[in-house]
Write a new protein. Sequence first.
Length: 549
Amino acid sequence: MLICNLHKGYCEKFANILIDASTDGYCTCIRPEITSGDSMKDILTELEARRADARLGGGQKRIDAQHGRGKLTARERIDLLLDEGSFEEFDMFVSHRCTDFGMENQKPAGDGVVTGWGTINGRQVYVFSQDFTVLGGSVSATHAAKICKIMDKAVENGAPVIGINDSGGARIQEGVDSLAGYGEVFQRNIMASGVVPQISVIMGPCAGGAVYSPAMTDFIFMVKDSSYMFVTGPDVVKTVTNEQVTAEELGGASTHTKKSSVADAAFDNDVEALAEVRRLVDFLPLNNREKPPVRPFFDEPDRIESSLDTLVPDNPNMPYDMKELIVKMADEGDFYELQEEFAKNIITGFIRLEGRTVGVVANQPMVLAGVLDIDSARKAARFVRFCDCFDIPILTLIDVPGFLPGTTQEYGGVIKHGAKLLFAYGEATVPKVTVITRKAYGGAYVVMASKHLQADFNYAWPTAEIAVMGAKGATEIIHRADLGDAEKTAQHTADYEDRFANPFVAAERGFIDEVIQPRSTRKRVSRAFASLRNKKTPMPWKKHDNIPL
């Protein structure tokens, strides 16, 4: 017997089938003939017809146009992102409630966004995917409510949220209701921050207020040539500032991965971007109460890499590629780099050691000699704070000659930006292991996860130089009176190098726990992290800290 509940709106959804005018509004499912097999078949047929209509989004013509732009539809993206057959949809039949400007005649099912949950390699995630074929993916009050629902569920159940953004922005016909919907989404981004990982994938336009939701998430991926983000578009920019700029120049993938650092990576197409999201999720815990996932590994924890003994050149001014060390330490050489195109003088990303996720921050001597500056400090600080939020251990690899000097840096606030990285390391309570490969000079030595910022293990290679500054600069200050005498200056420089251009003074003070052979770095670091798996660090009570923003 089909049970009807008119007060909950069941009959309203299926009014064409169940309501008979002669019954004065009572559902005809209470009549015996409606319980027949044929009528039930009609109901199920109608259900499938409605589902098919909802799945079609804005219609085949608009789907073809989406494909013509080299973009997948909202549902195709979800199918690629999630494990096959795992998607469970919410609110397929929701429609907007706007009656202004003729909107009562356009009420597509789903209201321009597909929401629900599924799995990635068997682990639960929540997802929303905006459908550009339906009213340009514009955000209405009900569209926003659908997103809010799955974000609430994600926090309640402790699973990541992945948002696929492809929207024309706020639905103008709804006015302030649309803006209110955005505000509700923003508030949930804030509440979920540090509780569950949040990932945004920009796969089309994202403009105006819409950009602030992705900006508050942990990672942002973009697609080259088909996605862009900006607060004000090219037309507004031209009107206000008289600048001529294209959408791609203003907010395309290249701009945000290389200049602004808004995006973490950009990919050639939708398929590649979604595959990389799946790969990223494999490194992350589901929430802040779980440890990062442990994966099977096929690499020896005590593997020796003899080539590392010659990684650092004899000439202290010669660069080398720090990524070689990272890859040779990682399980199976697998390194997931983030923000690769921005602030290349520092490297951030994830590796696994003994199958367990580890966040890596490393100076890159190949770019600006690995110096710290505004951009690299911001990049690293945000990554360190993410790792600390989600209990991901941090490995820091150091070859840093100091902070970049100059008026551009000082006027840009390098003091505060550098303090962000200092603060991030100092407040992080996750296991922290540091390896100094060569230079660690001045304040940059302290900032980069030194023993003084409560790093747990601080190792140094025999090639490490830990000092206030380089020998030449130190000699010019200490022995200023002898600067006119080249022979004396050379001798003073050599004496300084002999005394300080090594790791042993710091080791004598206990600031370096051990001077290790480069070839054994993987083994020593793996053992260090293994010993820290039950680390607990009590912190004084506070509502929250006040990081120097």
